[in-house]
Design a protein around this ligand. Structure first.
Ligand code: FMN
Length: 191
């Protein structure tokens, strides 16, 4: 899959088919997170991959989202912000979350490339899930990712806004892009 396809076709999946994903695709997607930019080149994340049905059901319960229990795998993305806060005392906390986001987007695009679907889960009881997975106190769970093949109807992904609304030139609220210009025209025919 070409990069523009992966970027544009990634979307949240909350209904999974019964087909079990190949775990190697998930491991490779986790590995792609290691190519993301990191402050001071410090990789501050670890991942837990869960395939135990009972543990997945517990995770679904503490995230209060039943569909998670239908996934064959759940990946839990964890940060150790202390690794970043030590060299960057002022901005370490925010850097840690920012680089987690960058790493996670690599992971999501790689899953998309393998034809897999997931949904970024940010609503969960962190304490309970840390307990279940024996994640140390001084680490933070960034998000949970139930993974499977989509059983949803194919929807066309759209940009969240018009580029006109989110981009200024040189100064804030100065010179917007003209509405008639189409960003899509940068891509070759078919994208
Ligand atoms: C930080 C964050 C937290 C989210 N938490 C949840 C969640 O707990 N449950 C859920 O169903 N979706 C969650 N989502 C997914 C968003 O609802 C979804 O990305 C959004 O509706 C846009 O849809 P798309 O991913 O298909 O582009 C979260 C997304 C982000 C980035």
């Amino acid at each position: 899959m070409e990069l523009p396809d992966a970027i544009k076709s990634r979307k949240s999946v909350r209904k999974f088919s019964s087909k079990k994903p190949d775990w190697r695709d998930i491991i490779e997607s986790i590995n792609s997170s290691q190519y993301a930019p990191m402050a001071g080149d410090i990789f501050s994340m670890k991942f837990v991959i869960v395939d135990d049905k009972k543990i997945i059901e517990e995770i679904a319960k503490w995230a209060e989202q039943e569909f998670i229990a239908e996934a064959k795998y759940v990946v839990v993305a964890v940060s150790n912000s202390l690794l970043v806060k030590t060299p960057f005392p002022k901005k370490g906390e925010i850097f840690s979350h920012q680089q987690a986001g960058a790493a996670i987007e690599n992971f999501l695009l790689s899953l998309t490339n393998f034809g897999l679907g997931t949904c970024w889960i940010g609503h969960f009881n962190e304490e309970k899930i840390k307990n279940i997975l024996k994640i140390p106190e001084n680490h933070e769970i960034e998000a949970l990712f139930p993974i499977g093949y989509s059983a949803e109807k194919k929807k066309k992904q759209k940009p969240k806004s018009d580029i006109y609304n989110i981009l200024y030139f040189n100064q804030w609220e100065h010179d917007r892009m003209k509405k008639v210009e189409k960003i899509e025209s940068r891509y070759p025919e078919g994208y």
